[in-house]
Every structure is written in C-alpha cells, then in structure tokens.
Design a protein around this ligand. Sequence first.
Ligand SMILES: CC(C)(COP(=O)(O)OP(=O)(O)OC[C@H]1O[C@@H](n2cnc3c(N)ncnc32)[C@H](O)[C@@H]1OP(=O)(O)O)[C@@H](O)C(=O)NCCC(=O)NCCS
Length: 194
Amino acid sequence: MDIRLGTKQDARQIAELHKHEIASGFLASLPVRFLAELYKGIMAFPGGFCVVAAEDEEVIGFVAGITNVKSFYKYFLTHAFHAGVFLLPLIIHVGSIKRIIENLFYPVKTENLPQAELLSIAVKHTYQGKGIAPQMFPSFLEEMRERNVGSFKLVVGQELAHAIRLYEKLGFRFARSIVIHGGEQSKVYIYDIS
Ligand SMILES: CC(C)(COP(=O)(O)OP(=O)(O)OC[C@H]1O[C@@H](n2cnc3c(N)ncnc32)[C@H](O)[C@@H]1OP(=O)(O)O)[C@@H](O)C(=O)NCCC(=O)NCCS
C-alpha cells in the first residue's frame, strides 16, 4: 500500500469513496461528478490537500484537510465558477452552490475553534478496520505542519461510532456537541499538533 498526496487524477476515486462510504452526509446525496470537482478544488486550493492510500492504481482511502475554511469558500466559489466545470452538467445556480458549500462546512459558530479542519475521511468498506486510516494520519499531520497549522478541528455525526473510535484513539479531544443540517447531532473534535 502506498500513502501519498492525492492529485487531481485521484479526484474521481476520492469522490466515489466519499459517496459510498460517508453515505449519511448531505454531500453524499450529490452527483459523484460534483464531488470530484469539489475535491479537485480542495487539492488545487493552496491551503488544501488530500492524503490517499492506494493499492496499485486504486484509491482505497483518503483524508482531506484545509487550513482555512472561509478562504476555501471564496476560492471555490470564484475559481470553480471561472472554470465552469461542474455548473453546466448540473445546471444549478449560485444559491444552490452556496447551499452545498455551506452544508459541507456546516453553519456552526466557529469562534474559539481552529480555522483548519479535517474535512472528510473514508476507507473503502472492504479495507475498514485494518488500520488504514491510522496509517494515513501521520502524513496528514505532516501536511498540516508544513502549512503552519498548530491545531485543527473536525465535525462528526454522533452515530458514526467507528469514526469516533478512530478520532479518540488518534488523540483528538472532544470540544462540543452541535446541531447541524436540520437537527442532526454532531460532535466537534480538536487535534493539537504542537
Ligand atoms: C472511520 C474510518 C475512516 C476509519 O478508518 P479505518 O481504516 O477503518 O480505521 P481503523 O482500522 O483504525 O478502525 C477504527 C475503529 O473502528 C473499528 N472499525 C472500523 N471499521 C470496522 C468494521 N467494518 N467492522 C468493525 N469495526 C470496525 C475498528 O475496530 C477500530 O476500532 P479499534 O481500534 O478499537 O479496533 C472508516 O471506518 C470509514 O471509512 N468509515 C466510513 C466513513 C466515515 O464514517 N468517515 C468519517 C466521517 S467523515
């Protein structure tokens, strides 16, 4: 297995993993084509990256991070529009795009929370429970360190027991519970790198 930085060529496989493995979230309801553009945007954004686990050419796991969520909003809305890559096939308007991104970043009050975030993580179901995510995590931390991030947050649905188990064993600390997406309970965790 190879653990490496994801590239735009991986975006489609990352999107497929997101769609099939993080099935409970809002984004998973969107077309894979749109998700692929979103992940391309994350990897093109200077403060964004994906670490992937690959077996030969197949991406079997990924973890996506961003140093500043608000900056990414602006970047994605402007650059993705200029590129126009996902607008035409989806035929959605500005308000829809904004709603989609707001769902990705959830309308949570982020005062006193780090700007940097672990956005999403998934491992192909046939490889889950085999320690792939913990093997990707050191590379994720290294990418955050290289971007001068001292701590970062993540938001996880409280029903995602495996993910919560993963975060707690990796050393994340629970920060608070929040309600997002029309009533779903989620938990915010923080990781201090330094
Ligand atoms: C959460 C996830 C990324 C963890 O990756 P992973 O490579 O499976 O990580 P681990 O192997 O360390 O497993 C984490 C914990 O969950 C348990 N687990 C994971 N998958 C499991 C499965 N299919 N059956 C039983 N237990 C499982 C493991 O036993 C482990 O707990 P333990 O260390 O106490 O034994 C992965 O399970 C996944 O992709 N889940 C679906 C997507 C998701 O929920 N993403 C997070 C929200 S963004």
